[in-house]
Structure formats: structure tokens, C-alpha cells
Design a protein around this ligand. Structure first.
Ligand SMILES: [Zn+2]
Ligand SMILES: [Zn+2]
Length: 170
């Protein structure tokens, strides 16, 4: 997905979104600054800001002192603001119940207000992500971890996130 120039409307609350430059990565993301604080971005862009150490000040600054409109009903299907396809929802974090809406058509990703922060804060490091995940898998499958599961276990969190975004549960 290329960065869009036209103003997008938030897929959750329909407010006009603002283009915010993540200056250190030189990418633009659309932020619902006057509505629900949701963020719409390319799923390649998500990897630039999904970890704690990565700078998201550009986004935080935009949202400071702006009240967030709470979205009561997140069970409604969301429509991609770029290509108008129905977005698919997948879990990206079991721990905090973060759901990500993804557009399979253009690759766009929508995070509800606050979800990026939750996602970033979930684990201190990749090593911890892996450890937590191993624990979860062992608990769930015991010693009967088959090849398929082992493949999953060897993925990094980022790969798992991508996996979840692509519509597979883990
Ligand atoms: Zn919104
Ligand atoms: Zn789309």
C-alpha cells in the first residue's frame, strides 16, 4: 500500500483522520486525532512502531490534550478507508486482548485508540515474548507438540504478529 494523500475517514468513528509523519522512519500514518485515537497504517509500517524502544512521540504529541471518543461497539465490521473492503479482525495479543483490523485488499491495518500502546507494552523484549509464548504453548499442548506447533514456536513475535494479521489464530 502506498501512502495515500487524500484525507481518510476513521473506520471506527468516521472522524477525519490526520496524517502524522513518523519522522525518524519517514513514514506517514493516519491518526484519528479528533475522534477515537485509532491509527490506520500500512502493515509494513506497524513494525516500525510496535516495540517499546521505538519512538512514537510524533503520534503521542498529536493526541496529547485531545479527548478520545470512546467506541462502545467494536463488534461492528469495519470498512477500509482506502479501498472500502470489509476489514478482517485478528488477535495480536492474547494478554491484553488487542485486536487488529486488517484489510486483505490493500494491506492496511487499523488499531483502536490505545491498542498500539498496549501492544508495545506487552513484553519488555523479544526474548520475553518468546518465553511467554513457549510457556503458553507448553501449557496448552504439553509434550504433544507436533511439527506444526514447533514451527510456530520458532517464530519471532513480529512474525507471529504478521501471522495474526494475516488471519490465523495462534
Ligand atoms: Zn476514530
Ligand atoms: Zn484496504
Amino acid at each position: 500500500m502506498r501512502d495515500t494523500k487524500e484525507v481518510l475517514h476513521c473506520p471506527a468513528c468516521n472522524a477525519e483522520m490526520k496524517k502524522v509523519l513518523i519522522s525518524h522512519k519517514n513514514v506517514w500514518v493516519d491518526v484519528c486525532v479528533n475522534g477515537c485515537h485509532g491509527i490506520f497504517l500500512d502493515n509494513k509500517e506497524l513494525q516500525f512502531i510496535d516495540e517499546k524502544f521505538e519512538d512514537m512521540d510524533d503520534i503521542t504529541e498529536e493526541l496529547t490534550d485531545k479527548p478520545s471518543v470512546v467506541i462502545a461497539d467494536d463488534s461492528v465490521e469495519r470498512i477500509c478507508p482506502v479501498c472500502k473492503a470489509v476489514m478482517n479482525r485478528a488477535s495480536a495479543s492474547r494478554k491484553f486482548g488487542v485486536k487488529i483490523d486488517t484489510c486483505y485488499s490493500c494491506g492496511g491495518v487499523f488499531l483502536d485508540g490505545g491498542e498500539l500502546v498496549k501492544l508495545r507494552n506487552e513484553y519488555e523484549s523479544q526474548a520475553q515474548q518468546k518465553e511467554e509464548f513457549d510457556k503458553f504453548m507448553n501449557l496448552k499442548y504439553g509434550n504433544e507438540i507436533d511439527d506444526e506447533i514447533n514451527k510456530v514456536k520458532n517464530k519471532t513475535f513480529r512474525e507471529l504478529l504478521k501471522w495474526a494479521i494475516d488471519g490465523k489464530e495462534f
